[in-house]
Write a protein that binds this ligand. Sequence first.
Ligand code: GCO
Length: 467
Amino acid sequence: MKSFPPYFTWGAAAAAYQIEGAWDEDGKGPSVWDQFVRQKGTVWEGDRGDTACDHYHRYDEDVQIMEQLGLHAYRLSVSWPRIFPEGTGKVNAEGLAYYDRLIDRLLQANIEPWVTLFHWDYPYELDLKGGWLNPDSPKWFADYTTTVMKHLSDRVSNWITLNEPQCFVGLGHLSGEHAPGMKLPMAKVLQAGHHALLGHGMAVQSIRANSILPASVGWSPIVAAHYPASDSQEDRDAAMQAMHAVHPNDVWNNRWWGDPIVFGSYPEQGLRAYGSNAPRIKPGDFDIIRQPIDFYGCNVYNGHPTKAGPDGKPVLVKFPQGCPRTHFLWNVTPGALQWGAKFLSETYQLPLVVTENGLSCNDWVTLDGKVHDAQRIDFLTRYIRALHTAIEEGADVRGYFHWSIMDNFEWAEGYKHRFGLVHVDYETQKRTLKDSAYWYREVIKSKGAHLFESAIEDEAREELTLP
Ligand code: GCO
């Protein structure tokens, strides 16, 4: 019987702005997202995270659900402007008190809190000073981190610095689809990215210097995943090669972000690709950025099938017409998790934690009062089995966090997408466990063995003979 290692952490994730609501309560300052959602045409149907899942007030009920599911761990994020309404300076004690309550409640339920320091809700006051473009921004982030550490590190030992630099730098500063909605030239985008990397390094230094409990630290970039279109060695090599690449006009890559953190330099190929747009680097920057980390987190949703072209170079393979896609129209590609894990593990030689994986489905509560999300169960079965293969092939994967514990505000897509194990009715705030929540509970209880049993229960049905 296959299963996962005994130390494997099974969890679920969410982020402050996507679930908390209480956007201006108890002294919280505005974030760039509070500002962004108020501009016309930025978010689908003009949706906002003002109330979201009202988790700020309903965390007790939500933790009870997590407890019943048997989660080992819950990945949450701290809202920076809840702690520092102006980003720096005056601390908001009520903001800290909220995280005290949440963390105490999690510990009481025997659920390990994994805390992300930055999941995109940047303080608006600091945005007015240039945000990540300001050379002081790494220090601002480190100071905020220090305050969080002094307050929460007697109870929290797992820390994630930044979530998906590719998204908040790329979507936030290049395409303008996310807050703060900037469309800047590449040189500025990469400069903002460099400051974010410095922010990561300084935050890790602060965690090491201030943590009361022994700390385990990582970060959570998105994986730009490729997997081989066939079993041939050429296609395998091509898929791996594609994951090393940096492209000149976008920031969707792995190594530009990962190399500075692990190796203390930008990759040569990236410097060639970005050319004169590469950021200005001060002496000593890489000594700050490259700090020992305990795990490499990764968020994996989908990837590209890739084959070797005639010259051996990677070529993307077109998806077949009508192939399986999620409600987001993201392709169902379990190979992304297997090969993404393999790539990160071989390149960076660090323990891995899958800090996000999941899908949005067109879920609703059916007449029987339940949510039958068979596609989520099937998707997760395929992906987590693929992760298991990566482990069998040598990747040191320590945990898996499902995105998300509950349906929530999906950034520019508003409430169009439902990513949760738990369905949320935003009118009444009623929570309903989806079939996948019951299923995930079995997966956790069986240490993953349940994944290798028949995925979808075959209810007695008459077999029809097709012509
Ligand atoms: C991201 C974020 C999450 C998203 C999730 C689904 O990847 O964009 O980390 O906040 O909600 O990934 O898109």
